[in-house]
Design a protein around this ligand. Structure first.
Ligand code: HEC
Length: 153
């Protein structure tokens, strides 16, 4: 069967579109950073949203530590849950497309681990175990901060 030129052209266009989407999905909207990291370039409002989520992660981490310190596992669970997957669902597709794949993976890892900490606190796991889980979770905070910065356009 001989493909018409038009069919070949539309196939090529389709492949180019798919490749462009795949490229963006993996690479995100990035540029050289002002230090040795790579910058993720977002609209000012999107940058504010991500940084707001970051401050939420810091508040949650503080809440977990404070709960452990006073022996209040309900507080530990509530603080961890506030940074769980439920906190990630509000990110819109346009913003998600600008985030590089490894950025998304590290972000999702932190949200999943926070849910794990909430479950551990609810099921009466001992404080040292929960401290260990938080320590592991924070390696993802550090790994992401070491690789990426945020810039706005
Ligand atoms: C997926 C990547 C990623 C993960 C995971 C991550 N961060 Fe961030 N965070 C960033 C980036 C990027 C910035 C902006 C850094 C810059 O521009 O220099 C940032 C900024 C912040 C800020 C500054 C907020 C502001 O208002 O300026 C805080 C606080 C913060 N992160 C806390 C955390 C904590 C706590 C965790 C883990 C529980 C965490 N982050 C996990 C990427 C991440």
């Amino acid at each position: 069967m001989k493909l018409s030129k038009l069919a070949l052209l539309s196939l090529a266009l389709w492949l180019a579109t798919v490749a462009t989407f795949a490229w963006f999905f993996v690479r995100g909207n990035t540029a050289a950073g002002t230090d040795d990291r790579t910058a993720v370039v977002l609209q000012p409002i999107e940058r504010d949203l991500v940084l707001g989520e970051m401050r939420g992660l810091l508040t949650a981490t503080h809440g977990i530590l404070q709960g452990i310190n006073v022996g209040d596992m309900k507080q530990v669970a509530a603080a961890a849950r506030s940074a769980g997957m439920g906190a990630a669902v509000d990110l819109n597709p346009a913003l998600m497309a600008k985030l590089p794949l490894s950025f998304k993976e590290l972000g999702m890892t932190v949200h999943h681990r926070m849910d794990d900490i909430a479950v551990a606190a609810e099921s009466g796991k001992p404080a040292p175990e929960i401290m260990g889980m938080l320590t592991d979770t924070m390696s993802s905070c550090i790994a992401c901060h070491a690789s990426w910065q945020l810039q706005s356009n």
